[in-house]
Design a protein around this ligand. Structure first.
Ligand code: AHM
Ligand code: MG
Length: 338
């Protein structure tokens, strides 16, 4: 079978849909190349000086791992010089990263979580990179934080890479979702899964159940009904999976269906959930919707949320459509009942 490379795929998509101009193609290729470099660093493990904590904290107050910082640097350096970006923002940086003056600026803005699932780094479980591409407001040379605060439906591309048993790169530019596998001998991305589709129904769900006692009533109801299994209101048995790497949990759902949840809970109302809207929830929502799934914050479509802060957190329910619709309806019913 003839192998299709990432570059060939991008060129052919542009011919078909006129949605990947040269600058965007360069951006996607540069991000994919940076992901190869991160994959290499991750793969070194204890043989490289990459494991453990960096003893610093990011803006979210989380202790950074060395690989969080290395991955952030790799993505920044790779994307500075190409002239395709107006600015970048990342989970690991408090404010917007401007393109140095010595380089030309482009019309796109890149937002990323350089290494998602950080708690899994040191235990050799799958981790990944998540990214989202937005357009800079017309004529804006040095985009401020406000320029990034666009609802997810305005994303022009989104994707993730997973550093697992295989390294894969999953991408959408608004015409379905495609998956590329890294050929480690050649260092090349090869198209391996065309037009990924999430099954509408599922028997698998992902949630960190250690937080169950803090959940709000609609989440309690939804999960309890699944736990009741065949003899409960759902009339079927469900299975749980929780990897604690959103990339890996989402990739399982992209491959065989399921629902992923990281709800807000009753502990701290100033912190609605754990995951961040701009570089975790929005890109994943775009990918999941493009694969026929759904993504809400329990009440509304994630991609319709108007962000008000770069590092804003949001409750996340995403995956197989029937399940996301059901848990969303439980929230709306509870709201209506007061
Ligand atoms: P991170 O970006 O700091 O790695 O945090 C996000 C991760 C997600 O990948 C994952 O779904 C979640 O945190 C796991 O959280 P928990 O440890 O509470 O189960
Ligand atoms: Mg993350």
């Amino acid at each position: 079978m003839k192998r299709v490379s990432l570059t060939q795929y991008l060129v052919e998509e542009q011919r078909l849909h006129q949605n990947i101009p040269a600058e965007l193609r360069l951006l996607i290729e540069v991000v994919a190349r940076a992901c190869k470099t991160i994959s290499h660093a991750v793969g070194k493990g204890a043989l490289g000086d990459v494991m453990g904590s960096a003893d610093t904290e990011n803006i979210q107050g989380e202790v950074q791992k060395k690989l969080d910082i290395i991955s952030n640097e790799i993505l920044l350096e790779a994307n500075e010089w190409g002239g395709h970006l107006a600015a970048m923002a990342s989970e690991e940086m408090e404010t917007v990263h401007q393109i140095p003056n010595r380089y030309p600026r482009g019309e796109y803005m890149l937002v990323f979580d350089p290494l998602d699932g950080s708690s899994n780094i040191d235990v050799n479980v799958s981790i990944g990179t998540i990214f989202s591409v937005l357009k800079a407001p017309e004529g804006m040379k040095e985009p401020s934080e406000a320029a990034f605060l666009q609802p997810g439906r305005q994303q022009v591309a989104a994707g993730y890479a997973i550093y697992g048993p295989q390294t894969v790169f999953v991408l959408t530019t608004g015409h379905g979702v495609n998956c590329f596998t890294l050929d480690r001998e050649l260092g090349a991305w090869v198209l391996t899964h065309r037009n990924m589709r999430i099954p509408e129904s599922t028997k698998e769900y992902a949630i960190n159940a250690s937080n169950a006692r803090h959940w709000h009533a609609p989440v309690q109801r939804y999960v309890n009904e699944m736990l009741a299994g065949k003899t409960g209101p759902r009339g079927k048995d469900f299975n749980t999976r929780w990897i604690a790497s959103m990339v890996a949990d989402v990739h399982r759902i992209m491959s065989r269906g399921g629902i992923f949840m990281y709800p807000a809970d009753m502990r701290d109302t100033s912190m609605p959930g754990k995951l961040r809207l701009m570089y975790e929830a929005n890109p994943m929502a775009f990918i999941v919707e493009q694969a026929g799934g759904a993504a809400t914050d329990g009440r509304q479509r994630i991609m319709d949320i108007q962000p008000h802060k770069l590092h804003q957190r949001v409750p996340v329910f995403l995956g197989s459509k029937e399940e996301v619709e059901l848990v969303t309806s439980y929230h709306l019913q509870a709201d209506a009942a007061g």
